[in-house]
Design a protein around this ligand. Structure first.
Ligand code: 1HE
Length: 259
């Protein structure tokens, strides 16, 4: 694992790496070293890692931007700061492996932007979501105005920012901020279970889901269909797919489970 700041902890569990925000005394507020550490971690995942779980230590996932770092910046420094978050979170969204975020307590401001860069979100019942930027006189800067509208629609994001309202875990699930809601304390186990399953997928399929699907969804339909056909053809031609299809036909592959 790459060298990380003391506010981050990484460990390996088989094919899954767990990255934990470790600054509970400041509610996992994201300072510059932490954001740079996140970028470094996702840029240099060790061989054999097929998925990452991203979690937070203590009572909260993340209180967002470290507000104590804000006062000294001028306009250009502020732009550069936002772009440093963009680079780090891009490493998550369009990195090498899928990422499962495990959310609890405050998932606010930049914490919600960080969560939005992950591919799967598991929320414990304690999770709550807010974008308090307006009340602090600032604006989202970690990709929130791009990623959050894709999850819940621009109108919801606008309203969250204007009124500063808080959504509960159940609200967030209904809106589409999370994919799962689990009991308090059960998030990491669920996140690990999902990450292990994801890590067991064919690598090309995970690549296509992460890198192609979101771009197809944003492209014009003709480009989307052509790209999808290419991806489908490449996937089917891959030895991995042939072995998995053969295993199913020979009754060795898993059936789809009833929910
Ligand atoms: C912080 C931060 C922070 C806590 N930066 N130090 N984010 C916010 O506007 C959220 C601000 N935080 C809160 O509303 C609350 O702290 C929480 C609801 C998250 C948690 O409340 P609580 O009662 O558990 O903790 P606390 O007593 O408020 O905070 C404990 C300590 O963490 C305290 O420091 P201490 O030295 O007095 O012990 C707090 O000052 C510190 N702390 N949150 C710095 N955010 C790229 S643009 C992104 C834009 C944004 O993210 S805006 C949203 C910023």
């Amino acid at each position: 694992m790459p060298k990380l700041p003391p506010t981050l902890h990484a460990e390996r569990r088989g094919a899954v790496a767990v990255l934990t925000l470790k600054r509970a005394e400041k509610r996992n507020a994201l300072n510059d070293p932490t954001v740079q550490g996140i970028e470094a971690f996702f840029a240099a995942l060790p061989e054999g890692i097929g998925a990452v779980v991203l979690a937070g230590e203590g009572e909260h996932f993340s209180a967002g931007l470290d507000l104590s770092e804000l006062s000294e910046r001028d306009v250009m420094a502020g732009i550069a700061h936002s772009q440093s978050w963009h680079r780090a979170f891009e490493r998550i969204e369009f990195g090498t492996v899928p990422v499962v975020a495990v959310l609890h307590g405050a998932v606010v401001g930049g914490g919600l932007e960080l969560a939005a860069a992950a591919h799967v979100r598991v929320a414990e019942r304690s999770a709550f979501y807010a974008l308090p930027e307006a009340s602090r006189g600032i604006f989202v800067g970690g990709g929130g105005s791009v990623r959050l509208p894709a999850l819940i629609g621009a109108s919801r994001v606008m309203e969250m920012m204007l009124t500063g309202r808080t959504f509960s875990a159940e609200d967030g699930q209904a809106l589409g901020l999370s994919h799962y809601v689990v009991e308090n304390g059960a998030g990491l186990a669920k996140g690990l279970e999902l990450a292990q399953r994801i890590a067991g997928n064919a690598p090309f399929t995970n690549f296509a889901v992460m890198q192609l699907l979101p771009r197809i969804a944003r492209s014009d339909p003709a480009t989307g269909f052509a790209t999808e056909a290419l991806a489908a053809g490449i996937a089917q031609g891959d030895e991995e797919a042939k072995a998995r299809l053969k295993a199913f036909l020979e009754k060795r592959g898993p059936k789809v489970a009833r929910s």
